[in-house]
Design a protein around this ligand. Sequence first.
Ligand SMILES: [Mg+2]
Length: 222
Amino acid sequence: MGRIEEMVERKLRVGVDIDGVLRDWTSALLAMAKRHFPEKVLTDVVDTWRIKNIDLPYEELKHYFSDQYVEEVYRDALAYPNAVQDLKWLMETFPNVEFVCVSHQWGLTIPNTLLWLGKHGCTFSEIHFTYDKFLVDVDYLIDDSPNNYDSWVKNRGDDTTFILYHQLYNRHVNATNRIHRLRDVVGTISFTQTSKYRSENKIWRQQLKGKQHEGAKTEPLV
Ligand SMILES: [Mg+2]
């Protein structure tokens, strides 16, 4: 990065997760489970991060949702009501803000997720598929995962730049910012500011050198 580039103000950058924010992953998972192993579905409510309502070892369930029946879950899932409309509205209303897709996908979930984004008209010009979301060059992150929340706070210092998207499985998290639909970020983030993360990021990356960063406690699902 050149010196002149550093002096130019950058647009504010807001990361947007997919599963649990745009895509109704849990409903698609439940539907898949009911089709293929209904006797294992204990309740219709996914209220724990590790999906305790489906009576299967997690690794076995993961094989079903991210490999064997991956299309039923990742390609065919519905969007949450208003989620895609809210995203489009945010992108159109705030052209001074860069909305960046930040999502943890792997293996076959990647092409199926790209198909899903295209099918639903999510026009992100920048997409990051990564486990460690706090490393991505964004000022804010909109995400539903309690593990990502913990990881963000540990590695970025506090939770003021994390926007927790409300779900049953994160209701125990005492977040500063919690939203129930995407357009509600308008009341949480000031969209008139410019990006501050680049300079902070440089300092923070230097601090990371030579020591292991603290990743999420357990592997986030989505
Ligand atoms: Mg998520």
